[in-house]
Design a protein around this ligand. Structure first.
Ligand code: ATP
Length: 352
C-alpha cells in the first residue's frame, strides 16, 4: 500500500478571536517537509496571525498545531524549532553582520570554533562574506535582509518562517533577493512558510500557495492550480488579473444580460438557468479574427513589454493584452472583433 508521509507541519482547525472579532477561523493546513508554502491574501486576512501562531508569538483560541509529529500549540517560542525573518529586519544595530548571524549559536551545542565556522558558511551562503565586520547601518536594505535570513537559519531550524521579508525593498533588489531566497531554500531543503500580499511573489516562489480571505483559507494549491482553476470568485479575482460579469447558464454556454449567448465549457457543471459570475483572464481574450463579439477600445495602457487594453463588448467591461508591435495605430474608440474562448471562461454559481 502507498505510504502517505506525515506532513512536517499540520495546522488543525485553528482559530483566533480578539474580543468579539475573529481574525482567523477553521484554518487547516498540511505542509510537507522541504516544501515552500506562501500564505497569500489581502491586508487583514489573518496571514500574520497564522504565522505568529506557528511561531508561538501568539496563542490561538482554538485548534492545534503539530510540527514533526509533536503538538506545539501552546509551547513558548523558545521550545519550538524555527527561524524567523520579519519585514523590518530586526537586526541588532550594535553588532556586526557576522555577530548578528552568530547571536543564537551559544551553549554546549556550539563550541566557539564550530559557531565561527557556521557563521562563515552562512555568510558565504547569503553572499555577505565581504561585509562580515560591518554594522547593519553600513549595509544596504537588501544586505540587511540577507543578514536576517542567515541569522534565522543559523541554528539549522526545521522550519523557516518569513513575514513579508521582501516588502520593504525596492523593486529590483526585491526581485533579485526573491530568486536568492528560493535558491537558498532549495539548497538547504528547509520547510518554509512565507507571508505575502504580493501575488506575483507567491506564484513565483512557492511550491504551494494558501490563499486567505477574512481569516479563512480559501484554497491551497500549486501556483498553477490557484491561477488556472481557482476554487471560488475570491481566488479568481485576487490571484492574477481578470474581468468578471454576471450571466445565466443556458444550454452549453451562458447568456449575458443583453441577450448575447457565449459558449462556455464550464456551463455543464451548473444547472440550466443558474445565475453565475463569469471570469476571464486578459491573456485569454482573443482579439481580431472572426469575432464573434465586437469590442470598443476604451483605454490603452502602455507597460513596456505589453499593452493593456480596456474594452467594452456586449455590455461587458473586458481587459486584453497585446504586444506593443501589434498596436499598429490603435486608439480609444476603435472597434475590433474579439472572442472569449469557451474553455477559458471560469464560472461560479452566485449565492442565494
Ligand atoms: P497585513 O498584510 O496587513 O499584515 P494580515 O493578513 O497579516 O494583514 P493579521 O495581522 O493577521 O492580518 O490581522 C488579521 C486581523 O486581526 C486584522 O483585522 C487585525 O486588525 C486583527 N488583529 C490582529 N492582531 C490583533 C490584536 N492584537 N488585537 C485586535 N485585533 C487584531
Amino acid at each position: 500500500m502507498l505510504q502517505v508521509p506525515e506532513p512536517f507541519l499540520r495546522v488543525e482547525r485553528l482559530g483566533r478571536d480578539f474580543g468579539r472579532f475573529t481574525a482567523m477561523d477553521d484554518v487547516r493546513l498540511d505542509v510537507a517537509e522541504g516544501e515552500f508554502l506562501c500564505l497569500l491574501g489581502p491586508s487583514g486576512c489573518g496571514k500574520t496571525t497564522l504565522l505568529r501562531s506557528i511561531a508561538g508569538l501568539d496563542t490561538p483560541t482554538r485548534g492545534k498545531i503539530f510540527q514533526a509529529g509533536r503538538e506545539i500549540t501552546r509551547l513558548p517560542p523558545a521550545q519550538r524549532d524555527f527561524g524567523i525573518v520579519f519585514q523590518s529586519y530586526a537586526l541588532f544595530p550594535n553588532m556586526s553582520v557576522a555577530a548578528n548571524v552568530g547571536y543564537g549559536l551559544r551553549g554546549p551545542a556550539w563550541p566557539r570554533e564550530r559557531a565561527a565556522q557556521r557563521v562563515a558558511e552562512l555568510l558565504e551562503l547569503v553572499g555577505l562574506t565581504p561585509q562580515a565586520e560591518r554594522y547593519p547601518a553600513q549595509i544596504s536594505g537588501g544586505q540587511q535582509q540577507r543578514d536576517a535570513l542567515a541569522r534565522a537559519l543559523a541554528n539549522e531550524p526545521g522550519l523557516l518562517l518569513l513575514d513579508e521579508p521582501l516588502s520593504a525593498l525596492d523593486a529590483i533588489v526585491r526581485l533579485h533577493l526573491r530568486q536568492e531566497l528560493r535558491a537558498v531554500q532549495r539548497r538547504l531543503g528547509v520547510t518554509t512558510i512565507m507571508v505575502t500580499h504580493d501575488q506575483e511573489e507567491a506564484l513565483s516562489l512557492a511550491d504551494r500557495v494558501a490563499v486567505m480571505d477574512r481569516g479563512r483559507v480559501m484554497q491551497v494549491g500549486t501556483p498553477q492550480e490557484v491561477y488556472a482553476t481557482p476554487a471560488n470568485p475570491f481566488v479568481a479575482s485576487f490571484v492574477g488579473r481578470s474581468a468578471s460579469f454576471d450571466a445565466v447558464v443556458a444550454g452549453d454556454g451562458v447568456r449575458l444580460p443583453d441577450g448575447t449567448r457565449l459558449p462556455a465549457e464550464a456551463a455543464h457543471r451548473h444547472p440550466e438557468g443558474c445565475q453565475v459570475r463569469a471570469f476571464i483572464r486578459p491573456e485569454d481574450v482573443v482579439l481580431g479574427g472572426e469575432g464573434p463579439l465586437t469590442g470598443e477600445v476604451t483605454s490603452i495602457e502602455y507597460l513596456g513589454s505589453v499593452c493593456r487594453l480596456e474594452l467594452r463588448a456586449a455590455g461587458l467591461n473586458l481587459q486584453a493584452e497585446i504586444a506593443p508591435r501589434d498596436l499598429d495605430g490603435m486608439a480609444p474608440g476603435e472597434r475590433i472583433p474579439l472572442a472569449l474562448p469557451p474553455g477559458k471562461l471560469m464560472l461560479f454559481a452566485q449565492d442565494g
